[in-house]
Design a protein around this ligand. Structure first.
Ligand SMILES: C[S@@+](CC[C@H](N)C(=O)[O-])C[C@H]1O[C@@H](n2cnc3c(N)ncnc32)[C@H](O)[C@@H]1O
Length: 269
C-alpha cells in the first residue's frame, strides 16, 4: 500500500507544519472557544481533581496544560511535534497566569512514554489525539499501561458518528453512503484520519480493564446550526444549550467530540 509522506511509519499524523493552521482554524474560531468553555465546565464535574500531577498526552498548543497549571497541578506536556511543543512553550512563557515551572515539556509520541517517563500517573489527559493515530486501539493499551491503579484518564475523541451526520447534512450523500469519512492526513487538511465511535471506546476500554465513569458530548449542536450565532448574546445562549444537553441521551451521542472519564481499578485481577 502507498504510504502518505505526512504520516509516520506507524501511520500517525504529527502536527509539524500545522501549528498555525490548527491555531487559526480551531482555537481562534468559535468552535475552539466553545470546546474550551465546555471543557472548563465539564472537567471539574467529570474528574476528581486534587492538584495531582497530570500527564497531558499529545498536548498540542498547550491550552489544556495551562488550564491544569492554573489550578495548581504540575503538568507534563508531551507532544511528538516540535512545532506544536515550541508554540506551546512560547505561549506559556508569555502568560502571567501560570505558576513558574509548573509545566514540563517532553518531545515524544505516546508510544514511547513508558520508556521516557517515570510513571504510573494518577491523572492522564489525552484529548483529540486518538483520531490522528494509525492504530488508536493500540494507543488505548498504551494509555492504560501508563495509568496508576485507581487513576483517571480524561479521554476525548473525534466522533465518527457525528462526522457522518454532519456530512449528510452538508449533502455529501455519496461519501456517507460509501462510509468514506476519514481524512488522508495530507498537506494541511484537518479531517482526522481515524475518527472513533462510542462503540469502539466501550470495546477498547473493556479490553484494557478500564471503567467508563462518565461521558459527555462536546459541541452537540454547534456544528448542525443553519444560522451560527451572530453576536455575543447568541453565543452565550448556544453555550447554555450545549451545557444543558451535553450529558443527556441521545444528544451527547452526536457531539463532535466525545469526552470520557475512564478509571483503572485499584487492584487488577
Ligand atoms: C488535534 S491535536 C490535539 C492537541 C491537544 N490535545 C488539543 O486538544 O488541543 C492532535 C495532536 O496529537 C499529536 N499526535 C500525533 N501523533 C501522536 C502520537 N503518536 N503521540 C502523541 N501525540 C500525537 C499531534 O502532533 C497533535 O499535536
Amino acid at each position: 500500500m502507498q504510504r502518505i509522506e505526512e504520516l509516520t511509519e506507524v501511520g500517525d499524523r504529527y502536527f509539524d507544519g500545522l501549528a498555525d493552521k490548527f491555531s487559526r482554524s480551531l482555537y481562534q474560531a468559535p468552535r475552539g472557544e466553545l470546546r474550551l468553555a465546555m471543557l472548563d465546565y465539564l472537567l471539574p464535574q467529570m474528574l476528581d481533581l486534587s492538584q495531582q500531577p497530570v500527564l497531558d498526552v499529545g498536548g498540542g498548543l498547550g491550552q489544556q496544560a495551562a488550564w491544569f497549571a492554573q489550578r495548581g497541578h504540575d503538568v507534563t506536556l508531551t507532544e511528538p511535534s516540535a512545532d506544536m511543543l515550541n508554540y506551546a512553550q512560547a505561549w506559556h512563557a508569555e502568560s502571567t497566569e501560570l505558576p513558574p515551572e509548573s509545566i514540563t515539556y517532553v518531545q515524544a509520541p505516546l508510544q514511547r512514554l513508558n520508556c521516557e517517563l517515570t510513571g504510573p500517573w494518577s491523572l492522564i489527559t489525552c484529548h483529540a489525539v486518538l483520531e490522528w493515530l494509525g492504530d488508536p486501539r493500540a494507543a488505548m493499551a498504551s494509555l492504560a499501561a501508563l495509568l496508576a491503579p485507581g487513576g483517571q484518564l480524561s479521554l476525548m475523541v473525534f466522533n465518527r458518528d457525528a462526522l457522518r451526520f454532519s456530512n449528510a447534512m452538508k449533502g455529501n450523500l455519496e461519501k456517507v453512503l460509501s462510509d468514506r469519512l476519514e481524512g488522508q492526513g495530507r498537506r494541511q487538511r484537518l479531517t482526522p484520519i481515524s475518527p472513533v465511535t462510542h462503540r469502539q471506546v466501550v470495546q477498547w476500554s473493556a479490553d484494557n480493564h478500564l471503567t467508563i465513569e462518565a461521558v459527555a458530548g462536546i459541541r452537540v449542536f454547534q456544528d448542525y446550526l443553519f444560522h451560527p450565532p451572530a453576536n455575543e448574546a447568541e453565543r452565550e445562549t448556544l453555550l447554555t444549550l450545549e451545557k444543558q444537553y451535553c450529558r443527556q441521551d441521545p444528544h451527547w451521542r452526536l457531539g463532535r467530540y466525545l469526552l470520557y472519564t475512564l478509571t483503572k481499578p485499584e487492584t487488577s485481577e
